[in-house]
Write a protein that binds this ligand. Structure first.
Ligand code: LMR
Length: 328
């Protein structure tokens, strides 16, 4: 009798345990490197909040900003190992996995973010979203930041001013070629190290968007910012194929819907965040903003544009032409 009771109790506990294990929500860790008050930070938090509102028992999104969990050069590997489920690295950071995305780093390719958006919505833009499939990643969407500016400890008005200067770049061979084209020295460094490198003068300058410059306080350690708008900083939101395909169908559909909405929201506010951050840098009076004359800008274009030819074979001329055509 005693034994029967014990067995029955054990069976009931096992059932309760199994039941609660089944009901445990799926955790999605979203790792990124920027501050929360940037387009990517805002979109990531929006996604977390939408999921919490709509499917609290099924999925929990945990956002890790400011490289708290991984740097961008670690995050893709961590994703393949299942240590993180979602990330949105800059398109410049996929070089180890594909050369196709090099397109986005070509200097002076897109005149504004509308052109970027138009290209990304085209067939060719959508094709690039799939460029990591063979490596075990699913491209879930493009997320915007904005156009990049050049900051330095020296006033940069014409390409010759950058000669011999050390610039931090993201891990992209195109960006390396872009700085070599003006006889500068590019150094590939993680985002989390840039402020200290600038502050200690281990490097002379860097390129980034207004929201990153402001939120990372680069303007406090860089006396000059040239408003060059010479390149784009955009992201791909990715997950691993294994994780994505392993989700129950209904969960995957709902998660994708929330993510699409968060991406659309992030892309809507990116322009405002850019303008707002620029205004705050101006207001701070810490850094002088150099606006280029059309003649000065033309010199940068002329010096950097040969980079397109250098990468034409790996990127594909048809791809470059299609992206350039989005400016019209
Ligand atoms: C950078 O490394 O400069 C950027 O990729 C940071 C970011 O994610 O915006």
């Amino acid at each position: 009798r005693k034994i029967t009771t014990l067995v029955a109790t054990a069976a009931v506990s096992a059932m309760i345990f199994a039941g609660s294990a089944l009901a445990a929500p799926i955790t999605i860790k979203f790792s990124h490197v920027v501050a929360e008050n940037t387009p990517k930070g805002i979109a990531a938090n929006k996604f977390r909040d939408l999921v919490a509102e709509r499917m609290p028992d099924k999925v929990v999104v945990e956002v890790f900003p400011s490289s708290q969990l991984f740097d961008d050069d670690q995050v893709l590997q961590a994703m393949q190992l299942g240590d993180v489920q979602l990330a949105a690295p800059a398109l410049s950071k996929f070089g180890r996995y594909t050369k196709q995305l090099d397109l986005y780093d070509l200097p002076f390719l897109f005149k504004d973010m509308n052109a970027v958006e138009k290209f990304q919505k085209s067939d060719k833009g959508m094709e690039l979203l799939k460029s990591l499939e063979s490596k075990g990643f699913v491209g879930l969407g493009y997320l915007h930041n904005g156009l990049k500016q050049l900051s330095s400890n020296k006033a940069l008005r014409v390409p010759g001013d950058a000669a011999g200067q050390k610039f931090r770049i993201m891990t992209s061979d195109v960006l390396a070629a872009q700085f070599q084209a003006v006889n500068a020295i590019p150094l590939k460094k993680p985002f989390s190290e840039v402020f200290t490198l600038l502050q200690t003068k281990a490097i002379d300058g860097q390129e980034n968007t207004w929201s990153n410059i402001y939120s990372q306080k680069y303007h406090e350690v860089q006396p000059y910012i040239t408003e060059s708008n010479h390149g784009v900083l955009d992201y791909m939101v990715i997950t691993s194929t294994e994780f994505w395909n392993g989700l129950p169908d209904d969960v995957r559909t709902e998660v994708k819907k929330a993510l699409d909405e968060a991406i659309t929201y992030g892309n809507q506010i990116a322009g405002d965040k850019d303008t707002e951050a620029r205004a705050k840098v101006v207001e701070s009076k810490r850094s002088e903003i150099i606006e280029l004359t059309p003649e000065e800008r033309a010199q940068w274009v002329e010096a950097m544009k040969p980079v397109w030819k250098q990468f034409e074979d790996t990127i594909g001329k048809d791809m470059i032409d299609a992206a350039y055509a989005a400016n019209n």
